[in-house]
Write a protein that binds this ligand. Structure first.
Ligand SMILES: [Zn+2]
Length: 431
C-alpha cells in the first residue's frame, strides 16, 4: 500500500450524517439499466439480463451509465483495458481519490443487481453530494471495470486485475472468447482502448457495495454485510480426449470413453468437498461439452470446467495438487488423455480491519443491523485491494440470495441501505 490511511477525528466526521440517498432515483436507474440486454428466460419465464463483456449490449449499458455520469458533472477517463473512471473533483484535487467501483457486464442469465448496484450506487452517491452541495476534500471516482464476470473471455475480474497489476495488459488484450475474438480487438472496435496507463495510480481507498449473492444476511434479517474478505478462486479447463466408438459394436474393455472420465472427475470433486479435508472448499463443474454428443456413440472428447473456491489458500493448493494426481489416475483407468489449464486463479483477500470498522460504524450510525461475512464470490474489490485499502458492503437478496439468475432481487430499501452506508463511508474517507 502506497500511503497510510488516516481516519478523521470525531468532530469532522458528521458532515453528511443527516443526508440520505434518493431511494427512488437509485431504483429507477437499476431498472433502466436492467432493460438493456434484456432477454426472456426459458426456465423461469422472467425477463433476465444478458450483457456479456464488450458486446453491443454491454456497450449500450456503458453509454447509458456514462451519459448519466456526464450529466452529474463527472469527468470521464478510460484506461488501456477499458475500465472507466468518472471523477468528481475534490477541494484538494491533487490528492489521490476515494474510488467507488464495480461492474455492469453480466453473465448470460443475470438479474439487474450484480455489479450494477455498485456502479449505480456510486453514481447515486455523487448525485446526492451534488444535490446537497457537499464538497469533499479528496476527489471521488466511480469506476466501471471491464469483464468482471469472466464469462465471455474466461478470466474473471479481468479489468480490475489489469488495473491493479496482477494480470499483464498484453496477456489480457490477447485473451479470446469462444469465437476467437480478442479483448484487444473488441476494445478497439468499441472505442474503449483508453489512454490511462495500467496499472493505475493507487487510489486513496476503495469501496464497493454489492448484493450478497447468498442466503446468510436475509436468514437473520440483517440489513448490512461487513465483508471480511474474498475467498480464493481457481478456474480450470479440462480437455479430455478419448476415442469415438460404436455403442453396440465396441466391447467395454476397448473403449476410451471421455464421458466416463468426465463423470469420474465430477464425482471425485464432490467427494473431496464432502471429505472435509480441504477446509470449506466448494467445487463446481459448470460447463461440460461432449462430442459428438449422440446417443449411440462413445464420446471422444469432453471439455469441462472446474470452479474451486476456498477461504484457505493452503487448502486450495492441496486440493489443486490432489486433483492433478487424480487426473493421472483417471487417464490410467480409462485410457483417456487429459490436459488441464488454469484459466483464472485469485488468492484469498482479507480487507483491512480499519475498512471493515468504517463500514460497520457507518451502518451503526444509520441504525442498521450488520453482520460480518466472507464473500463467496469474487469481486473487483479483491483486486483493487492490492493497490489501496479496500472495503465492501453487502446487501441481502430475496429467494436465498439467488444470483446469476433472473430471479435475483434485492428490495429498493435494501439497495438504498447499502448505498447510504457507502455514502457515509466514502465521504468520511474523502474528508
Ligand atoms: Zn458482481
Amino acid at each position: 500500500m502506497s500511503h497510510p490511511i488516516v481516519f478523521p477525528s470525531a468532530e469532522s466526521q458528521s458532515s453528511v450524517s443527516h443526508i440520505r440517498v434518493d431511494q427512488d432515483r437509485l431504483w429507477n436507474a437499476l431498472q433502466e439499466l436492467g432493460e438493456l440486454g434484456a432477454y426472456r428466460d426459458e426456465e423461469t419465464g422472467l425477463h433476465g439480463v444478458r450483457r456479456l463483456a464488450l458486446t453491443d449490449q454491454d456497450m449500450e449499458g456503458r453509454r447509458l451509465v456514462m451519459g448519466w455520469m456526464q450529466e452529474a458533472g463527472l469527468s470521464l477517463r478510460v484506461d488501456q483495458i477499458g475500465n472507466v473512471y468518472a471523477r468528481r473533483a475534490g477541494a484538494q484535487d491533487v490528492l489521490p481519490p476515494v474510488m467507488i467501483g464495480s461492474h455492469i457486464d453480466s453473465v448470460g442469465t443475470a438479474g439487474k443487481f450484480d455489479g450494477c448496484l455498485g456502479v449505480l450506487g456510486g453514481l447515486e452517491v455523487i448525485r446526492t453530494l451534488n444535490d446537497h452541495g457537499v464538497i469533499t476534500r479528496r476527489p471521488i471516482e466511480v469506476a466501471i471495470f471491464t469483464e468482471e464476470e469472466g464469462v465471455r473471455f474466461g478470466t474473471d475480474m479481468l479489468g480490475s486485475a489489469v488495473a491493479a497489476g496482477r494480470l499483464g495488459l498484453r496477456e489480457a488484450l490477447e485473451t479470446t472468447d469462444r469465437d476467437g475474438v480478442s479483448v484487444g480487438a473488441e476494445l478497439e472496435h468499441h472505442g474503449f482502448a483508453g489512454e490511462v496507463q495500467v496499472p493505475i495510480t493507487a487510489p486513496y481507498a476503495y469501496l464497493e457495495c454489492h448484493i450478497e449473492q447468498g442466503p446468510i444476511l436475509a436468514a437473520d434479517n440483517t440489513r448490512i454485510g461487513v465483508v471480511r474478505g474474498v475467498q480464493a478462486i481457481t478456474w480450470k479447463e479440462l480437455q479430455l480426449t478419448g476415442r469415438a466408438a460404436h455403442a453396440g459394436a465396441t466391447p467395454h474393455s476397448l473403449r476410451r470413453n471421455a464421458g466416463l472420465a468426465a463423470a469420474l472427475v465430477t464425482v471425485r470433486l464432490n467427494e473431496m468437498v464432502e471429505s472435509g479435508e480441504y477446509g470449506q472448499m466448494l467445487a463446481t463443474v459448470g460447463r461440460q461439452d461432449t462430442y459428438p454428443n449422440l446417443i449411440n456413440i462413445v464420446p471422444s472428447n469432453v471439455l469441462m470446467t472446474v470452479d474451486l473456491r476456498n477461504p484457505d489458500a493452503a487448502a486450495m493448493e492441496r486440493a489443486e495438487a490432489d486433483l492433478n494426481t487424480y487426473l493421472g489416475d483417471v487417464e490410467r483407468l480409462t485410457g483417456v488423455s487429459i490436459t488441464s489449464r488454469t484459466t483464472a486463479k485469485t488468492p484469498p483477500v482479507a480487507f483491512p480491519v480499519e475498512m471493515q470498522d468504517l463500514v460497520a460504524k457507518s451502518a451503526t450510525n444509520l441504525g442498521f443491523s450488520y453482520a460480518e461475512i466472507t464473500s463467496g464470490a469474487g469481486h473487483d474489490a479483491g483486486e483493487i485491494a492490492a493497490l489501496c485499502p479496500a472495503g465492501m458492503i453487502f446487501v441481502p437478496g430475496l429467494y436465498d440470495g439467488i444470483s446469476h439468475n433472473p430471479r435475483e432481487y434485492s428490495t429498493p430499501e435494501a439497495c438504498a441501505d447499502g448505498i447510504n452506508v457507502l455514502l457515509q463511508a466514502a465521504v468520511e474517507l474523502a474528508n
